[in-house]
Ligand binder design. Structure first.
Ligand SMILES: CC(C)(COP(=O)(O)OP(=O)(O)OC[C@H]1O[C@@H](n2cnc3c(N)ncnc32)[C@H](O)[C@@H]1OP(=O)(O)O)[C@@H](O)C(=O)NCCC(=O)NCCS
Length: 142
């Protein structure tokens, strides 16, 4: 059910442009070039979930080396509204954690704003714990 996206093909591009608006109302449409860069990136692993052959969910795992070790982040987790509550989010997270463990990272981080109740339940059930730290953002947009 869960696979790693290996090719930036039209099916994947259509699916992501259907799923991303269900995650973020401000994200711009993904272009074929941007998708190709993600799929080809050695630090990004784009997981997709299929149900009856159709792409119904996605998660991106980013693993990168820094002086203190290998770090991993989970980003852009979304399951199609019509396919929610069937364990697909759970399967995406579990697969990403397996992959991250194999990359040698000790921790996997993510952020999730407080209104995302279903996501919090999913992450906590998967074993994530809230970490007390400040999350800062510098924005280039006014
Ligand atoms: C979060 C999300 C990925 C979960 O996907 P999913 O396939 O439905 O996940 P699962 O079926 O594995 O599990 C969902 C859990 O959330 C629970 N849930 C669903 N809606 C809920 C709600 N409104 N309030 C509380 N819990 C809720 C489910 O009951 C289930 O937990 P349980 O099995 O312990 O009862 C999906 O809801 C989604 O795409 N949401 C919009 C985007 C988003 O918020 N992404 C996360 C960004 S941090």
């Amino acid at each position: 059910m869960i696979e790693i996206a290996r090719a930036a093909n039209p099916e994947l591009l259509e699916a992501l442009n259907r799923l991303i608006p269900q995650l973020s109302s401000s994200a711009e449409a993904l272009t074929a070039e941007a998708l190709e860069a993600i799929v080809d990136s050695p630090s990004c692993t784009l997981f997709i979930a299929r149900h009856e052959g159709h792409i119904v969910g996605t998660l991106t795992l980013v693993c990168f080396a820094i002086p203190t070790g290998t770090r991993a982040w989970i980003e852009d987790v979304v399951v199609d509204d019509a396919a929610r509550g069937a364990g697909i989010g759970d399967a995406l997270v579990a697969t990403a954690l397996d992959h991250a463990r194999q990359s040698g990272t000790r921790n996997v981080d993510l952020t999730s704003r407080s209104s995302r109740v279903a996501a919090h339940r999913l992450y906590e059930r998967a074993g994530f714990q809230i970490r007390e730290t400040n999350v800062y953002r510098f924005s280039f947009e006014s």
